[in-house]
Design a protein around this ligand. Structure first.
Ligand code: GCO
Ligand code: MN
Length: 393
């Protein structure tokens, strides 16, 4: 038995979406299975469990159409909870998917009036997020997609998305808000196909924003969305991290290529979850680690808090496993052997020059010899890691 408590602390930078906790267990086929928790109770409960931050959609906390006086009162109430419990507001976002006005997109709608309403709604949401101290603002384009390709040119859709993002980046800079933006890719659901399906799509899109806006926009990839696309979260997060664009994680779990399951982190694929955590440990990820999942429909309110606690606990245990793996002598010895190569051939094409070309082209290689006589002991390697994860090493 481990002596560690695996209790969360603020330095973990764990966060939850308010919507994850208030979720009442409704799905497309069935009604709510528990009473929806009020947002204030959700934020307080998170703070009391030592969660570092919360994130919210404008309408999770501020009802659509709330009067100015109502908005002020809610801001005061949220601030009081933040002061009482020490929880911060780390990220804001806009609900651009629930109201039927967004049935065919927000930023990518055909109708300029709907696009204008979407950008107007986001600016108001940004103001509230900034007021609560949010350092990041999320863009998940849940309705930015299509079922009928005859209806919409994807090039036009991307252009509209870019126009909105450029405008909103300028808005943040002009207001001197200390806030980054992140795009959250997803391949489908609720639309048949979404325009920003994977990390790679979002990274490429960011580079097409107006130059002053590029640095402030990154990604917050979500495990479930990556696995819905049949991709590998370790690689997707890795590419975002390498590009300097991984500002926030949306952690959960998912059985591959199915509807969006939003399962508890680590509950469906422990080994994949381990590699996500290991990546963050190895590369000292310092961004926001938000859980975006739901408790099972079969749970009541107590179960929702069990769900909150176990997401963080599993992350912390896997973090400990990442350190154990790093310290394991058998693993590191084997890795050293596997990763060793002929050092004489290092740096032959690090810098381009005619001399380097001449040298490399003149070399004689014997691929048959290079391919044989050297075992890569991946069976052994993977077994050692498996045994570390299973706790018998
Ligand atoms: C989903 C998404 C959402 C977003 C959130 C932020 O259900 O597919 O994960 O939960 O992350 O709504 O806009
Ligand atoms: Mn998400």
């Amino acid at each position: 038995m481990s002596m560690m408590s695996f209790a969360p602390s603020h330095s973990d930078k764990f966060a939850f979406g308010v919507w994850c906790v208030t979720n009442a267990g409704r799905d497309p086929f069935g009604d709510a299975t528990r009473k929806p928790m009020p947002a204030m109770q959700a934020i307080r409960g998170l703070g009391e469990r030592n969660v570092w931050g919360f994130e919210f959609h404008d309408n999770d906390v501020f009802p659509l159409g709330a009067s100015a006086a109502q908005v002020r009162k809610i801001v005061r109430d949220v601030r009081a909870i933040m002061a009482d419990t020490g929880i911060c507001c780390c990220s804001g976002t806009t609900n651009l998917f629930f109201h039927p006005v967004f049935k065919d997109g927000a930023f990518t709608s055909h109708d300029p009036q709907i696009r204008a309403y979407a950008v107007h709604k986001v600016m108001h949401a940004i103001d509230l997020a900034a007021e609560l101290g949010a350092q990041n603002f999320l863009f998940w384009g849940g309705r930015e997609g299509a079922e009928v390709d005859a209806a919409k040119d994807p090039i036009e859709a991307i252009r509209r998305f870019r126009e909105a993002m450029n405008f909103l980046c300028a808005y943040v800079r002009q207001n001197k808000y200390k806030m980054t933006f992140t795009i959250e890719p997803k391949p489908n659901e609720p639309r048949g196909d979404l325009y920003m399906p994977s990390v790679g799509n979002a990274l490429a899109f960011i580079e097409t924003l107006d130059p002053p806006n590029r640095a402030m926009v990154g990604v917050n990839p979500e495990v479930a969305h990556i696995k819905m696309a049949g991709l590998n979260p370790y690689h997707e997060y890795g590419q975002a991290l390498e590009a300097g664009k991984l500002f926030e994680l949306h952690l959960n779990d998912q059985k591959p290529v199915r509807y969006d399951q939003d399962l508890t982190f680590g509950s469906a694929s422990l080994k994949e979850s381990f590699f996500i955590v290991k990546l963050m440990v190895d590369h000292k990820f310092a961004g926001i680690k938000a859980f975006d999942a739901h408790a099972y429909r079969s749970e009541d309110i107590d179960g929702v808090w069990d769900f909150v606690e176990r997401n963080m606990r599993t992350y912390k245990i896997l973090e400990e496993k990442a350190y154990e793996a790093r310290a394991n002598r058998d693993l590191s010895a084997l890795l050293e052997e596997i990763q060793a190569g002929n050092k004489a051939y290092e740096k032959l094409f690090t810098k381009y020059s005619p001399a380097a070309v001449r040298k490399l082209k003149a070399l004689k290689f014997d691929p048959d010899k290079m391919a044989t006589g050297r075992r890569l002991a991946y069976e052994k390697l993977d077994q050692i890691l498996t045994e570390i994860l299973l706790g018998i090493r």
